[in-house]
Design a protein around this ligand. Sequence first.
Ligand SMILES: Nc1ncnc2c1ncn2[C@@H]1O[C@H](COP(=O)(O)OP(=O)(O)OP(=O)(O)O)[C@@H](O)[C@H]1O
Ligand SMILES: [Mg+2]
Length: 244
Amino acid sequence: MIEVERLEKTYSTGGLATPVLKGVSFHIDKGEYVAIMGTSGTGKSTLMNILGCLDKPTAGHYGLDGTAVGSLDDDALSSLRNRKIGFVFQQFHLLERATAMRNVMLPLIYAEEYPEDAEEMAERALTAVGLADRRRYRPNELSGGQQQRVAIARALITDPEIILADEPTGALDRKSGLEVMAIFKKLHEQGRTIVLVTHDRGVAEHAQRIILLKDGRVAEDRAVEERRDPDVELNTLGAGEDDG
Ligand SMILES: Nc1ncnc2c1ncn2[C@@H]1O[C@H](COP(=O)(O)OP(=O)(O)OP(=O)(O)O)[C@@H](O)[C@H]1O
Ligand SMILES: [Mg+2]
């Protein structure tokens, strides 16, 4: 589904070239749930922007579902993005003046054809994140966790195969964060491919696999062991069996 080979990204600002990604390679299969970790400034968001077809690499290959993304023009790129990818960001990026319903319906405006049943679709998406009863609320009338769930409903409305989430729990308390992670778990069980950036190891371990970026390269790429119950996991398990 996602094939990244020797991917490089160098930003040029004010005549200064800043290499950020220096040859990143990995494959992500359809239906995989992957967490990307790494310290601040290591290029996680840069990589996500490329995976999400929001930006292009300086060098290297990115194949998305068999399409060589590098060869596409901007129109083809945004069409691919709109069809395949749903985004979730740390700072929800909701329209403050619009109700939850309107926010969720937004991506449909960019769809090839505006669906007749847009409202029903939005209701279904809000129901999927447990917010059907908040459909008329505006962002400032919702908690942070609820706002993030609206943002997830918005990402879901186009029924994307891939969900890209950049620090989706970064602005949330632990309980709201766990609610959001429970939704991702459900989306994964439905067969969606999920790529999630986090610097919280506890969040990363909800995924099946962790890719660690360091200095613009993949420093580690490993499977996550079978998860323990998240509520039991917190400091209550005996010492000595962690971090195998
Ligand atoms: N549009 C841009 N122009 C120039 N440099 C940029 C641009 N975007 C990011 N960078 C630089 O690229 C590097 C990586 O940034 P990026 O946002 O990908 O890091 P990150 O791993 O997501 O960090 P964080 O964990 O803090 O979100 C940084 O040094 C940043 O200054
Ligand atoms: Mg970032």
